[in-house]
Design a protein around this ligand. Structure first.
Ligand code: P6P
Length: 337
């Protein structure tokens, strides 16, 4: 039985990968891990206490805010504020940025973009949900951070990760030197290394898309879905269709088993649905670090210009060979609907 390695021990151990590191990023990652444990505790009680349901407000997306959405947002912002390593937070739940002006954060150099509880509409049906986070180094030298500090391409991310609150709770993250997964051991309240050096299979046999929107899809995606459904034993087709409706659950499955997750631009959503800054970019960083690909169909996600906090992007992400195939068809048949 290998000795348990906790997230905290692992972060410190890996700090040596960064010769000039002074521990700020390590402390920031640990702050996020603490908030994830607090949110996990409430999610596991959802249904037993009055934390389900809606708070009667809507977020920037125009989506009704669930009590757990708001709770998770508060917990992560509180942890980032008290931790002192973050100077600004961009959250799916808040229209504007949160400046962290506490005295302990006066010389903080990191910015965190976060979707505190992605897929929260699935909580009432007991389906996995997740948190996604993305970390940048501020570009401004001093004073208060500005929007220019977060208007950075995804390739500039210092770290990114997700927490999946599922049959077990896992935290998966990268700092640009591979991807590692940690499973929460409730008996000791620690995330323990369970999936070292995660790699995404180059081929996959599961495709994940909301086919209810089929009629609105780009022609190339329609052709790709038909390709997935064709009988061809030599290439393992027909593939299997799996769509949880919670991006983190669909993407975590792809990280483990291979596969492709797609949320395309469509007639009703010409820029796609998912958000670039705190959904697509962090997931693209993680997937590329694991050997997969992430594209809009025309462009690498991590190269996209960022010029709005809540801008949307289409996304095709997962096993390299599957993403390349759908990209080829999208470029050959780009017309929508
Ligand atoms: P649809 C959840 O609301 C979410 O943001 C992602 O987690 C998920 O992949 C997607 O939206 C589901 O969207 O339109 O298929 O219900």
């Amino acid at each position: 039985m290998h000795p348990v390695k906790t997230l905290g021990q692992f972060i410190i151990e890996k700090q040596a990968d960064f010769p000039y590191a002074k521990g700020e990023l390590s402390r920031l990652l640990r702050d996020i891990g603490i908030a994830a444990k607090i949110v996990n505790r409430e999610i596991n009680k959802a249904g037993l206490i009055d934390i389900l349901g809606e708070v009667g407000t809507t977020n920037i997306q125009g989506e009704s805010q669930k009590k757990l959405d708001v709770y998770a947002n508060e917990q992560f912002i509180a942890a980032l504020t008290s931790g002192g390593e973050c100077c600004m937070v961009v959250s799916e739940e808040n229209e504007e940025v949160n400046h962290i002006d506490s005295p302990v954060s006066s010389d903080a150099k990191y910015i965190v973009a976060i979707d505190p509880l992605d897929g929260s509409s699935n909580i009432e049906v007991n389906v996995s949900v997740g948190t996604v986070f993305s970390i940048y180094r501020r570009r401004s030298i001093d004073g208060r951070c500005t929007l220019e500090d977060i208007y950075q391409k995804g390739i500039n991310q210092v770290a990114a990760g997700y927490v999946i609150y599922g049959t077990s709770t896992m935290l998966v993250y990268t700092t640009g030197k591979g991807v590692n997964g940690f499973t929460l051991d409730p008996s000791i309240g620690e995330f323990c290394l369970s999936n070292p050096d995660m790699t995404m299979p180059k081929d996959g046999y599961i495709y994940s898309v909301n086919e209810g929107n089929y009629r609105q899809f780009p022609e190339g995606l329609k052709k790709y879905i038909k390709f997935c459904q064709e009988e061809d034993e030599a290439t393992g087709r027909p593939y299997t269709a799996r769509y949880v409706g919670s991006m983190i659950a669909d993407l975590h499955r792809s990280m483990i088993k291979g596969g492709i997750f797609m949320y395309p631009a469509s007639v009703n959503a010409p820029k796609g649905k998912l958000r670039l800054v705190y959904e697509c970019n962090p997931m693209a960083f993680i997937v590329e670090q694991a050997g997969g690909r992430a594209t809009t169909g025309q462009q690498r996600i991590l190269e996209l210009e960022v010029n709005e906090l809540h801008q949307r992007s289409s996304i095709y992400i997962g096993s390299e060979n599957m993403v390349s195939k759908v990209e080829q068809l999208l470029n050959e048949f780009p017309e929508l609907g």
